[in-house]
Design a protein around this ligand. Structure first.
Ligand code: FES
Length: 105
């Protein structure tokens, strides 16, 4: 289970081991990490799981495309590194992955 780091907008870092095949939204919810709500349960229709992939990891995760891109572009604080954490599926290669959480959450 890769160790994932969640950094809140005010600089607090939470860490959790998330199972391979799970997603970063569910991992945050299961571990009580503030800043990711996941209101739609991963159906890609709420954007309450918005996050920013750390610059060092964007090559591994890729950027938002298609419907996911449209969702993050409609948030209040979109950035090029914006992703929906429910669409980020954990792989073994994500050991140490860091995501940042927007202040709006
Ligand atoms: S949980 Fe709703 S869009 Fe990700």
């Amino acid at each position: 289970m890769p160790l994932i780091f969640y950094v809140t907008h005010d600089g607090n870092t939470f860490e959790a081991n998330i199972p391979v095949g799970g997603n970063l939204m569910q991992g945050a919810v299961d571990n009580g990490i503030d800043g990711i709500v996941g209101a739609c349960g991963g159906a890609m229709c709420c954007a309450t799981c918005h996050c920013y992939v750390d610059d060092a990891w964007i090559n591994k995760t890729g950027v938002a495309e298609g419907a996911e891109f449209e969702m993050v572009a409609a948030t209040s604080e979109p950035k090029p590194s914006s992703r929906l954490s429910c669409q980020l599926t954990v792989t073994e290669e994500m050991e140490g992955l860091t995501i940042h959480l927007p202040s709006s959450q």
